[in-house]
Design a protein around this ligand. Structure first.
Ligand SMILES: Cc1cc2nc3c(=O)[nH]c(=O)nc-3n(C[C@H](O)[C@H](O)[C@H](O)COP(=O)(O)O)c2cc1C
Length: 223
């Protein structure tokens, strides 16, 4: 059955190699396994210096050609959070109505999203820019280059999530900007070259979460 976060992974022979520094090993696994998507936050602001530290960790991710195609917009003011939530809600409401979704159900989902966005101490919009990526005339290579930029940005976001956890913050990746990139760009006056990919909510945790993972057998082939 899936690995719970309380179970150490099966890696005795690896642990043997780290016997000289078991504390570092334990800290590493605490960081990797202890991070959870946290969606409720305390009403406590995050210092700008801490936000910078976390963003700095994000930028140490690997990236294709080391072009660092990620871009970040940090939102701290309550009015900006509100504006984003309301603008995304308006678009979402229209989409859900187009899907003939039950209006009560739609409003409940929108309200949950609103609470999450406006209840976070800080928000980070993660975007991709192709400005410094290679340009190809054919669609296959152009698409591969785009994918590499998106992959690089996702790695930066993972660094950001791990750094947030390391510094005692909760965080959650929200995919909403992918569906309304122009709305997000417009609200924050982002450059046209920025393609919003994710919204990361940040704050001191007001909840704890547990998750499990599937076993390696279910996800890995060895050849
Ligand atoms: C690409 C991506 C998109 C996600 N989108 C959302 C989202 O829109 N809303 C949300 O609540 N969580 C979202 N999540 C968080 C996942 O639900 C979460 O990572 C998953 O359930 C595993 O839980 P864990 O992060 O605590 O390990 C997203 C995660 C990823 C990587």
């Amino acid at each position: 059955m899936p690995l719970s976060i309380h179970q150490p992974p099966v890696r005795d022979s690896v642990t043997d190699q780290h016997q000289d520094n078991p504390d570092a090993d334990a800290l590493f696994w605490q960081l990797i396994q202890g991070r959870r998507s946290i969606r409720r936050y305390l009403p406590r602001p995050i210092d700008r210096a801490l936000l910078e530290q976390i963003l700095s960790a994000a930028t140490w991710a690997p990236s294709a050609h080391n072009r660092q195609p990620w871009r970040f917009c940090v939102i701290e003011s309550q009015s900006a959070k509100l504006a984003l939530s309301q603008a995304m809600a308006a678009r979402w409401r229209r989409d859900l109505a187009g899907d003939n979704a039950d209006p009560d159900f739609s409003e409940r989902r929108i309200a949950i999203s609103h609470t999450r966005i406006t209840g976070a101490a800080g928000l980070v919009v993660a975007a991709v820019s192709m400005e410094e990526m290679d340009v190809y005339p054919d669609p296959l290579r152009a698409e591969a280059e785009w994918t590499m930029a998106v992959q690089s940005t996702a790695l930066a976001c993972q660094n950001l999530l791990l750094a947030a956890h390391h510094y005692g913050l909760g965080a959650c990746w929200m995919c909403a900007p992918l569906f309304v990139p122009d709305t997000v760009r417009g609200i924050f006056n982002l450059p046209e070259t920025w393609h919003p990919q994710a919204l990361i909510t940040l704050g001191y945790p007001a909840e704890t979460k547990e998750k499990e993972r599937l076993s390696l057998e279910e996800r890995v082939l060895w050849r």
